[in-house]
Design a protein around this ligand. Structure first.
Ligand SMILES: NC(=O)c1ccc[n+]([C@@H]2O[C@H](COP(=O)([O-])OP(=O)(O)OC[C@H]3O[C@@H](n4cnc5c(N)ncnc54)[C@H](OP(=O)(O)O)[C@@H]3O)[C@@H](O)[C@H]2O)c1
Length: 358
């Protein structure tokens, strides 16, 4: 067995070195041809369910879909904000918008909002057939074809905290529950309908899912898990359902307000407008792309991460970790942390557990 591994250790990299370059050339040509020739999906009249539609990227995605005439089911916890977004989406051209209050971390909420969207937008395919009752004579509708065409898994929260500063690490399951399980639950209930409509799933992950960033350890883990989950799901659903995995960089939204940027030390990085990001997501989805990173320049960071991880880690450490302050802060945090964590789950998507050092 050892001999087989020794053989593979030599042969497999060699074969890869020979085959990958021509494949990359083929892929690039294919990309250009597709870009020029491919048809983009027309979403007019289609049913789109968006989670986390009360603000930020989800809100602006709702507007982009509305401009193209899609019907919308908007989900989030803040009903008042959803109503405002729904009203504006209708003004922009959506023929029908419903807003549904739901917490994606609750499996029953996910079951219910998918069912509510189905009930509201269910399409009745009127094939008149015969229901074989005892008399074999009663005409019935023989197919009720409820459907959703796009599911946008966008709801998320972003805690900012050095890992050592979490006083009780068991208090932070909500990050995974919302960012990861929220998408998985919604997908599970929507998938039978998406199969029928040959629909699409759009997953809003994050660059942090593949680009380690200090103070975002739990967030990065939840976004990395999303990428891994949907890449695997893609292998299972094949061509029946398209999956676009979106990894945004820094985008203007409620999450990336001043407090977040200061605590995460990300103020130097320019933020992309939410409108531009939402527009890029819809274009990419309609073209059937598998991945989108926006702004596009952040994709280059993946190369650095892949080819020179030590440079990337060094930069992170040098620019983003402020050791002396951090030590001081840790002492204070340990004392104050516990009371803050009690409020954690109920707060909005802007979540931080860091505290003032003084
Ligand atoms: N902004 C960025 O720089 C950036 C970068 C990469 C990835 N992302 C991702 O993009 C997504 C959208 O974030 P955003 O930037 O647009 O921030 P945002 O404005 O704070 O939007 C987050 C949305 O998620 C909803 N949400 C949070 N927890 C929820 C829950 N338990 N159930 C249902 N909805 C919930 C919020 O609505 P309610 O509070 O009303 O429930 C809100 O509508 C997130 O997944 C985020 O991780 C953002």
């Amino acid at each position: 067995m050892d001999l087989i591994h020794k053989f593979l250790n030599i042969v497999f990299p060699l074969i890869s070195l020979i085959t990958i370059p021509p494949f990359l050339v083929f892929k690039s040509i294919n990309f250009i041809v597709k870009w020029v020739c491919s048809e983009t999906e027309n979403v007019a009249g289609k049913v789109v369910l968006i989670t986390g539609a009360s603000s930020g990227i989800g809100e602006h995605l709702a507007y982009e879909y509305a401009k193209k005439g899609a019907c919308l089911a908007l989900v989030a916890r803040r009903e008042d904000c959803l109503q405002v977004v729904a009203g504006k989406a209708q003004e922009l051209g959506s023929p029908d918008v419903i807003s549904i209050r739901g917490d994606v971390s609750e499996v029953d909420d996910c079951r219910i909002f998918v069912a509510e969207a189905m009930n509201h937008f269910g399409r009745c395919v009127k094939k008149m057939g015969f229901f074989y009752d005892l008399n074999h004579t009663i005409p019935m509708l023989d197919d009720f074809n409820a459907t959703v065409d796009h599911l946008v898994n966008n709801a998320g929260i972003a805690p900012v905290c050095m890992f050592e500063d979490y006083a009780d690490v068991t208090n932070h399951a909500s990050v995974m529950n919302i960012n990861f399980w929220g998408s998985v639950y919604s997908t599970h209930f929507a998938i039978p309908h998406l199969r029928k409509s040959k629909g699409k799933i759009i997953v809003i992950s994050s660059c942090a899912g593949w680009l380690p960033t200090p103070r975002l350890s739990l967030y990065s883990a939840s976004k990395g898990a999303l990428i891994s989950f949907y890449e695997t799901l893609r292998t299972e659903v094949g061509s029946d359902i398209g999956i676009t995995i979106v990894t945004p960089g820094l985008i203007e939204s409620e999450i990336t307000q001043d407090e977040f940027l200061t605590k995460a030390k990300l103020k130097i990085i320019p933020r992309l407008s939410t409108e531009r990001c939402a527009e890029a997501i819809l274009n990419s989805t309609c073209r059937g792309e598998r991945y989108l990173t926006e702004p596009a320049w952040t994709r280059v960071m993946m190369l650095w991460r892949l080819l020179c991880p030590e440079v990337h880690d060094g930069c992170n450490h040098f620019f983003l970790i402020d050791r002396p302050n951090h030590e001081r802060m840790m002492q204070n945090n340990r004392i104050q942390d516990q009371s803050a964590e009690r409020n954690y789950v109920n707060r909005t998507s802007v979540v931080s557990l860091e505290f003032k050092a003084d």
